[in-house]
Each structure stands twice: as structure tokens, then as C-alpha cells.
Design a protein. Structure first.
Length: 345
């Protein structure tokens, strides 16, 4: 069934008249070669190979009178296990832009938790931003949003959603989001947050970010806080500081680095392509690499990812003493291959 879906999707590109696609069809894929040089999970150490971290395929259309719509699919390779690249809907929304510049967005959309911060970071294809990677906030929700960016640079967003990502709703809880920021020329400043009910617990998320950029590159830092308050039991919270920088080395190349550091023990293990043991630990996550634009639609980024652990450890040895966790180290060759309609025109 999934193969049939992909065949139909690709077939439409050739069967349906091209003018229907004159609005926008675009996306990108992220092929990567990885080598696990060191890992606390002995079964993973030394593992290496190729995978497709992600494939994005999106269609945007203008409906007239300020209305537009977007559908976007995502496909991911399973991490460190056998499986197929399965498609699912990442975005599906309708948007109305009023003459004032105010936008009303409805459907599966990006909450204002880190989407603009992610664009400033610029290396989503290498790794997610800290609040996304450590599962402090979701990249999608089903809901309604009002958003506007003034000519002065002032940005504000309010949103009401299911708090169920791009999945179906399964409880009575909902989420209210907000953002206030200033994005102009060389500067990016914002604060955002949300309050949500998720089953038997209440969740508060708060973020502050500041960044500056120029011909030399860019610098940014964010502080992210998440608190979970269950109906029964103790409340838990986690705070992460993330700082990153890029330095231009030439017209088509730059060096980038990022450090994510926990102030207290994490609530969840992120898993995936970098399976960090964050729950009950205070890891520090370091990313460093180079980016080369070898074609206007192709980027190549050799990079390393290093995880250092702090906290109380997880396991007791034979004498009842807590074992210290070692560090994890990954070597990657990551590529970003973009595509869109009208290329070469």
C-alpha cells in the first residue's frame, strides 16, 4: 500500500498538466553516511552505513484573494534497525493573508516554539534545534494561529491547538501558544512559550533566544525550559542552554558548531539517529562541522557529534556503586539535495 502511494504521488508529476504545478513543488532529501565511533550501547559502537535521514515533498498553491494552501509529506529511514522509508503528512494547512499582513493559518502547522529559531540555526538537515531534539516541544500541532511580522521587525504569534503534533487527538487537553519577537536585518530576538494539558499532566514551555548575523557568519543562543506537573506525584522540570555559531570561510563554505547543555537532568531520551541517554542525566551535546555548496541545489556537510554525560549515572555495578557513563562519538557525512519546480528557468 505504501509503495502504491509513492508510485501514485510521483506519477501525478507527469500525468497532471504542468500548469497545475506552477505554484510551487519543492522539497529536499538528506542522505548520510554515519559511523558510530563510540557509544554506551555496545551493540551500536562500530556500526556504520548509509541512510536517508529525511525526505520532504511539499506542494504549495495560491487560491486567490489572499488564500493559499500547503501539503507536505515527510519520510524517514528507521534508525539503527531494518525497515522501510515510510511517508506521512507533516503539514496540511489553509492560510488567509489579510491586507494588513496578518495571517490566519488553520490545520497541521508549525507552532511558534522554535520554527523561526530553526531557520536562524540553518542546519536542520544536520540536526534539529535543542528543544526539538530533546523533545521539549513539538514541531507541529493541529490548530489555528494568527501571525504577523511588522515592517519594523516586530513579530507576534498566538495559536490554539490539540497538543498532539500531527497525530489524532486522544485526550481533553489543549494548548495555547504565544510568541513575541524582533527580527530585522542583523538581529533576531524572541520569547515564546505554551501552556498545555496532556492527559493527566500540565505542561509549561518557555524559550528565549537572541542572535546576530552578518557577512562573517552568525551567532545565536537560546535558553529553553519545560515543566511537567502531573495530577499525582512530583513536578519535574528541565532547562537547556543551546549556543551556536557559524563562520564564513568563502563564498560557498562555512564552519559551524553548536553546544547544548543541561542545567538539570533530562526528562526524555531523544533516540533516533543520535540515541542520547538524557533521562536522569545531564548530557552535553556538541556538534561541529563544515558545509560546502557544491551545486546550487546540493550541500555537503562532514560533521561530528559528541555526547558527554553528567548526573548520577544509571546502573549499579556488582558492589552497588553507580557506574559513570562514557561519552558517545559519531562521525557523519551529511548531504542536502534540494529540488523544486522551474529549476533552470
Amino acid at each position: 500500500m505504501k509503495k502504491l502511494f509513492l508510485i501514485i504521488l510521483l506519477g501525478l508529476l507527469f500525468v497532471v498538466p504542468q500548469q497545475l504545478f506552477s505554484d510551487d513543488i519543492k522539497g529536499y532529501m538528506i542522505p548520510e553516511y554515519y559511523y558510530v565511533a563510540g557509544q554506551n550501547e555496545a551493540d551500536l559502537e562500530g556500526q556504520n552505513g548509509f541512510w536517508l535521514r529525511r525526505i520532504y515533498f511539499g506542494y504549495n498553491t495560491k487560491l486567490g484573494d489572499g488564500w493559499s494552501a500547503r501539503v507536505r509529506f515527510e519520510m524517514n529511514s528507521p534508525a539503527f534497525e531494518e525497515g522501510t522509508v515510510d511517508p506521512y503528512i507533516k503539514n496540511a494547512h489553509l492560510q488567509k493573508e489579510f491586507k494588513s499582513g496578518l495571517k490566519l493559518i488553520m490545520g497541521i502547522i508549525e507552532p511558534p516554539s522554535f520554527n523561526m529559531i530553526e531557520k536562524f540555526w540553518g542546519y536542520r538537515f544536520v540536526e534539529k534545534t535543542a528543544p526539538d531534539f530533546f523533545k521539549m516541544a513539538s514541531s507541529r500541532d493541529f490548530g489555528l494561529a494568527l501571525e504577523k511580522q511588522e515592517d519594523s521587525g516586530l513579530v507576534y504569534t498566538v495559536m490554539f491547538g490539540n497538543y498532539s503534533s500531527n497525530k489524532g487527538e486522544d485526550n481533553k487537553g489543549k494548548a495555547v501558544y504565544g510568541r513575541l519577537g524582533f527580527v530585522k536585518d542583523a538581529f533576531h530576538l524572541e520569547v515564546n512559550g505554551h501552556y498545555a494539558g496532556d492527559g493527566s499532566k500540565k505542561i509549561i514551555y518557555l524559550a528565549g533566544f537572541g542572535g546576530v548575523k552578518g557577512d562573517w557568519g552568525r551567532l545565536g543562543a537560546g535558553l529553553y525550559f519545560r515543566s511537567e506537573n502531573p495530577d499525582e506525584g512530583d513536578a519535574y522540570d528541565v532547562t537547556v542552554l543551546s549556543a551556536h555559531g557559524t563562520v564564513k570561510m568563502g563564498e560557498k563554505s562555512e564552519f559551524f558548531a553548536r553546544v547544548d547543555s543541561f542545567f538539570n537532568e533530562g526528562l526524555k531520551d531523544p533516540g533516533g539517529y543520535v540515541p542520547i541517554l538524557a533521562k536522569g542525566e545531564k548530557p552535553t551535546f556538541v556538534i561541529a562541522g563544515f558545509n560546502f555548496k557544491i551545486h546550487k541545489m546540493v550541500e555537503l556537510s562532514p560533521n561530528v557529534k559528541w555526547v558527554m554525560y553528567g548526573g548520577d549515572g544509571r546502573d549499579l555495578d556488582a558492589d552497588g556503586i553507580l557506574d559513570d557513563l562514557g561519552s558517545d562519538f559519531y562521525i557523519n557525512l551529511t548531504a542536502k539535495v534540494s529540488f523544486k519546480t522551474g529549476i533552470g528557468k
